[in-house]
Design a binder for this molecule. Structure first.
Ligand code: C5P
Length: 224
């Protein structure tokens, strides 16, 4: 069983994918972490981020490991745990380079499919999971929320880590990322035609999980 959750930054995808996977005893995959990990490795190697072939080389020459520890995605590059570094504002901003590099995307999509083939049930989240990576997924969700609500959520996350960016700065960065995610030619951010769209602006975490679970149950009932 493959469940995809796509949506813009701060729409609640990661939290929901993790919680839904927990409820369904499924594996979960945070594909944004893959884009971030390659970005970090490229930054550390000092390569030109706008050079597609060099980015592909970074994927091919480094060992990336993605695992789930204590319900959290943990990422290692060449054996080193880089999970915390992946959320830095620099990595976040620079991830747009690899996100718009077709060859690198193709390779990451292959890795995502490989991850899914070795699991019985998976909840995978990103921007293109229902449209490109898993067009035949059993259930597809697309989460959305107002940019202001998304900025507030991101601010709470950043504050917990001691980062004091203003709400305006955060919202501006989110809107820039939305624009770049929606307008690229490969794997752009958009709902799949058969996705269930959920606006999370006024919903609590539990409220969204309930909605997702009831869609999954409904779908399972229809099939049996
Ligand atoms: O979801 P997260 O914010 O961690 O993703 C980081 C960046 O990776 C996004 O802004 C997006 O550009 C890119 N991404 C993508 N396709 C995915 C997941 C993430 O292009 N499936």
């Amino acid at each position: 069983m493959i469940i995809t959750i796509d949506g813009p930054a701060g729409s609640g995808k990661s939290t929901m994918a993790r919680l839904l996977a927990l409820k369904l005893s499924a594996s979960f995959l945070d594909t944004g972490a893959m884009y971030r990990a390659v970005t970090l490795a490229a930054m550390q190697a000092g390569i030109d981020l706008s050079d597609q072939d060099k980015l592909l080389g970074v994927i091919q020459t480094n060992k990336f490991e993605f695992s789930v520890i204590d319900d959290k995605m943990s990422i290692r590059i060449n054996g080193l745990d880089v999970t915390e570094q992946l959320r830095s504002p620099q990595v976040t901003a620079n991830s747009r380079y690899i996100a718009s590099a077709p060859k690198a995307r193709e390779k990451l999509v292959q890795m995502q499919r490989q991850f899914a083939t070795t699991r019985q049930k998976i909840v995978t989240e990103g921007r293109d999971q229902g449209t490109v990576a898993f067009p035949d997924a059993d259930i597809k969700f697309y989460l959305t929320a107002d940019p202001a609500a998304r900025a507030l959520r991101r601010q709470a996350e950043l504050r917990a880590k001691g980062d004091d960016q203003t709400l305006e700065q955060i919202q501006k960065a989110i809107e820039e990322r939305d624009k770049s995610d929606r307008n690229r030619t490969v794997g752009p951010l958009k709902p799949a035609d058969d996705a269930v769209i959920i606006d999370t602006t006024d919903l609590s975490i539990d409220g969204v999980v309930e909605k997702l679970l009831s869609c999954v149950k409904e779908k399972c009932l229809k099939e049996n």
